[in-house]
Each structure stands twice: as C-alpha cells, then as structure tokens.
Design a protein around this ligand. Structure first.
Ligand code: HXC
Length: 257
C-alpha cells in the first residue's frame, strides 16, 4: 500500500485506515481509492474487526479527488476508469465505518466522510463541495448525501457556491456526530467505535443495513426490511447472550455468532 496505512487491530476489534498523502492534503487519486476499497473488503471479512475508522491527518481528512490526475481527462477516459464502482463497493461495507475528520474534508473528501456511517470532527474540520469552482460538480454522492443531511437550501448553497462550513455548523446541521478538540479527535472516535464494538457485531451490521435502507426505499418497505432483520437476530447466539445477561444482571459477552 502506497497511499494509506492500515492497522487491523488499532484497538481491540477496531481497525484504522489512515490516508497517507499528507503533502497533497490526502487528495484521493485512483490508487488511493482502490487501496481503501480493497482493505475495507478484507476488514469486512475479518472476524476480529468490528468497527473501522477512516482518518486523514490534522491538516486534512482529504481535499478532494486528485485534480491533477483528472485535469486532462476526456469523458471517455473517465467512463473507462469507472471510478465510481470503487465507491459503490465501499458503500457496501457491512461493518460500521466512522470518519475521524480534521482539517479539510472537501469534494470527494467530504463525500468519503459522508459515505461513512458517522463522522467525528475536530474543531478545525471544514466541509464543502468546491467542485463548482473548478468547473464541475460533485460526482461521488455529494448532491445526494449532503442534501439529505443538510436539507435543500444549505446543500444548494454549498454545491453552487463551493463555500465551506465549519465543524460547528456541520454539527448544527446534523452532518457530524460530534465536534471535539483537535488533540483528541481520534481518541474520541475510538471511544465511539469502542461503544459499538462492545455490541453484538451481527446485530450492529443488521441494524446498519436497516438504517441505510431507509435512504433507499419507501417507509413500508423499510419497515418490512427492519422486521426481517429483527427476526433474523433471534437465530444468533448473541441474542440469547444479550437477553440472558440482562435477566441475570451481568454484562453480555458478544461473540459475533
Ligand atoms: C490535487 C491537491 C488537491 C486536490 C490540494 N492539493 N488539494 N492536489 N488534488 N484536490 C495539493 C496542492 O496542489 C498543493 O500541492 C498541496 O496539496 C497543498 O495545497 P495548497 O493549495 O497549497 O494548500 P492551501 O493553500 O492550504 O489550500 C488548501 C485548499 C486547496 C483550500 C484545500 O488546496 C484547495 O482548494 N484544494 C482543492 C479543493 C477542491 O477543489 N476539491 C474538489 C476536487 S474535485 P503543490 O504540489 O501544488 O504544492 C472532487 C470531485 C469528486 O473532489 C468526485 C469524484 C470522486
């Protein structure tokens, strides 16, 4: 791996993917995105891993897709590369992914953070979709996910002017889960990840799947899907463990079975 660092056991049950192109503000070139995709796929299959954190560095989560790599491309070049199949694959990850964001999360960087399931932001984080300033528009979900998170008026403003919003503003709009001091943004993300990692990983993944489904389908279909997953969990050992532990007044020990 050239552009990311991966630690499968950063903390017990928690894997860390760190974008590692600091000089280019972690600009997302095709190889970097491919490395994220391949590693997420592997981590998704690894029973020891229950939650995945994606982070950058203090200055930038990611300042967008690599403009230098795209600048000279034609429509057919872009179509052949088919970079969005990589993003689709990332979006299929079953385990929860938390973005730990400090500094710039712009363009594809903002879209990558929004593709994750939750975002913990440092006070210095800035979010935006500045593609309009370079003559294009968001392409990896920005117009859809930002609009769902912020509502039409604010999303339209960001997408059409390219202006950034601060971590605080992002929090007020519900784009991020919490804003914390820069010195502790990764630590706070690990704390959130640890809470989730203590739950049944099967229940967590089925619950994630159901929440995500709410963005895709009408309510009735979503409720049906939720119910099916709820019933399915009753064939897991973790369901017996969780409910027995409650009755016996002890902490559950979930095994992911
Ligand atoms: C390639 C980038 C880059 C990017 C920064 N760099 N962003 N290289 N692609 N998206 C490089 C700069 O060229 C520079 O390298 C180095 O990183 C430091 O950046 P500076 O501009 O010198 O830093 P600063 O003055 O602090 O400004 C930070 C910034 C600015 C405001 C974030 O870099 C910026 O506006 N970047 C572009 C943001 C953007 O438009 N993102 C959307 C991209 S399109 P050198 O070697 O020159 O010093 C997109 C489409 C997504 O994301 C859809 C498909 C996935």
């Amino acid at each position: 791996m050239e552009f990311i660092k991966v630690n499968k056991a950063y903390v017990k049950h928690i894997a860390l993917i760190q974008l590692n192109r600091p000089k280019e503000l972690n600009a997302l070139n095709l190889q970097l995105m491919g490395e994220i995709r391949d590693n997420l796929k592997e981590l998704d299959q690894d029973d020891e891993v229950r939650v995945i954190i994606i982070t950058g560095d203090e200055r930038a989560f990611a300042a967008g897709a690599d403009i230098k790599q795209m600048a000279g491309k034609s429509t057919i070049d872009m179509w052949k590369v088919d970079q969005f199949s990589t993003w689709d694959q990332i979006n299929k990850t079953r385990k929860p992914i938390i973005a730990a964001v400090s500094g710039f999360a712009l363009g594809g960087g903002c879209e990558l953070a929004m593709t994750c399931d939750m975002i913990v932001a440092s006070e210095t984080a800035q979010f935006g979709q500045p593609e309009i300033k370079i003559g294009v528009m968001p392409g990896a979900g920005g117009t859809q996910r930002l609009t769902k998170a912020l509502g039409k008026a604010k999303a339209m403003e960001l997408v059409l002017t390219g202006k950034f919003i601060s971590a605080e503003e992002a929090y007020d709009y519900g784009l991020v889960n919490k804003v914390v001091p820069t010195e502790v943004y990764l630590k706070e993300t690990v704390a959130l990840a640890s809470e989730i990692a203590a739950m049944s990983p099967i229940a967590v993944q089925m619950a994630k799947e159901a929440v995500k489904r709410s963005f895709e389908v009408p309510l009735e279909e979503g409720l049906h899907f939720e119910r099916k997953n709820f019933y399915m969990l009753f064939s897991s050992e973790d369901q017996k463990e969780g409910m027995n532990a409650f009755v016996e007044k002890r902490k559950p020990d979930f095994k992911g079975r």
